[in-house]
Design a protein around this ligand. Structure first.
Ligand code: FAD
Ligand code: GLY
Length: 376
């Protein structure tokens, strides 16, 4: 049983089915895929976003490498094209400070063997002619990609429908049920009980609100992200484009997403005019050619954040058959394939990935993570 029908829960359900697990249920409080996974920009950018080569980078990079097969398999399985796009990512310098930042990043990333290229202003505008004339230079990450998030969720939902995975929507889990040191199921807010051999908690930003007996679940906090979208008649940009102040994600249908805020607003998913103005200003700094376009859509989602900003993947030694797959913060779309593989290998084959040790919930035991002051 999986609690939470976002990209993480649905990807785990699919992988379990592919590994031959017969009875799989997803309990979802609302409708599947309508929370953070619906709001995400869909960037698969381990290289543009990394600050160091650590275990987290390796996890992100591995998931990025799984994506071509993941996207192709989903298409074969469901007929849904998830818009997997390999055009790469540009990271722009628009000010002197930005140039210093880019120089620093280029030096360490090249030194570490990552694939990154440094483009002059002219080279940058040659590949993306609609960028600002103020662009001083850029970094190009050829191995960073993007995916159309909403289609990804639709594909996973379709896979579930075609493969007899039970999806129970409008089913809000209040607590995990444990019996004799093992997870035995879950009980809803309405007191309805569901029984299962294994329970996976994948409830995104709400994960630590679910009671888990005597276990202290790592605190997971919501971090609101707002995005605005412009519509262009034809695709103006080929690549995902970052500046240090925001990003543009061009979709094949001419939409251009401009993101994103990072706000401590509790579980409030409202959108604000102040955020729209800031996102628009950041977008125009990157591409003044967008100036006459109206914002056609604005939305918000809640990123799930743990105290150390890393995902929580794994189990507690004191209970059996209970796993967490949560706190993917800014990278849950990128990390869906690798998370699904790690969790499904553990459940179906009892295989322990090294990542379960690195990202397991036990790492918070030394301090009471519930009382940590998490900042976005
Ligand atoms: P969710 O999608 O939030 O799913 C959790 C599900 O659990 C929800 O459907 C919820 O209803 C359900 N649930 C909650 N409580 C209960 C309960 N008690 N009982 C039953 N069900 C419950 N990531 C990237 O990789 N690339 C990006 O470009 C990117 N851009 C982003 C931009 C924005 C603006 C935001 C907000 C996020 C972005 N992310 C991005 C992050 C990504 O969206 C998340 O990390 C990812 O969606 C988390 O997936 P999830 O399934 O854990 O959470
Ligand atoms: N990864 C992009 C975001 O979270 O806004």
């Amino acid at each position: 049983m999986i609690i939470g029908g976002g990209v993480i829960g649905l990807a785990i359900a699919r992988e379990l089915r592919l590994k031959g697990v017969r009875k799989i249920a997803v309990l979802e409080r609302g409708a599947v895929g309508r929370e953070a996974s619906h709001a995400a920009a869909g960037m698969l950018a381990p290289n543009a976003e990394t600050e160091k080569l650590d275990e987290f980078y390796r996890l992100c990079d591995e998931s990025n490498r799984l994506y071509p097969d993941f996207a192709a398999a989903l298409f074969a399985e469901t007929g849904v094209d998830v818009g997997f796009d390999r055009q790469g990512t540009l990271y722009l310098a628009l000010t002197e400070n930005d140039s210093e930042e880019i120089g620093r990043r280029f030096a360490w990333q090249r030194g570490a063997g990552l694939r990154v290229e440094r483009l002059s202003a002219a080279e940058t505008r040659r590949v993306e002619p609609f960028l600002s004339p103020d662009v001083r230079e850029s970094l190009f990450f050829p191995e960073d990609r993007q995916v159309e998030t909403r289609r990804l969720v639709a594909a996973l939902e379709r896979f579930a429908a075609l493969n007899n995975i039970e999806i129970r929507e409008r089913t809000s889990v209040a607590r995990i049920v444990f019996e004799n040191g093992r997870a035995a199921g879950a009980e809803t807010e309405d007191g309805e009980k569901f029984f299962a051999g294994t329970v996976v908690l994948a409830a995104g930003a709400w994960s630590s609100q679910i009671a888990a007996g005597a276990l202290a679940l790592p605190a997971v906090k919501p971090v609101r992200g707002q995005i605005v979208a412009f519509q262009t008649a034809k695709r103006l940009f080929q690549r995902v484009i970052y500046s240090p102040r925001g990003y543009l994600v061009p979709r094949a249908d001419g939409r251009v997403l401009a993101g994103a805020t990072s706000e401590d607003a509790g579980f409030d998913k409202s959108v604000t005019t102040a955020a729209a103005a800031r996102l628009r200003a950041n977008a125009l700094e990157i591409a003044p050619s967008l100036v006459n376009l109206e914002i056609v859509e604005q939305w918000a989602g809640l990123r799930p954040l743990a105290a150390d900003r890393r995902p929580v993947l794994g189990s507690f030694p004191q209970v059996e058959n209970f796993l967490l797959a949560t706190a993917h913060f800014r990278n849950g779309i990128l990390l869906a394939p690798v998370t699904a593989r790690i969790i499904a290998e553990k459940i179906a084959e009892n295989r322990d990935s090294d990542y379960l040790r690195a990202f397991g919930p036990e790492r918070f035991r030394a301090n009471d993570s519930r009382s940590l002051n998490i900042s976005a």
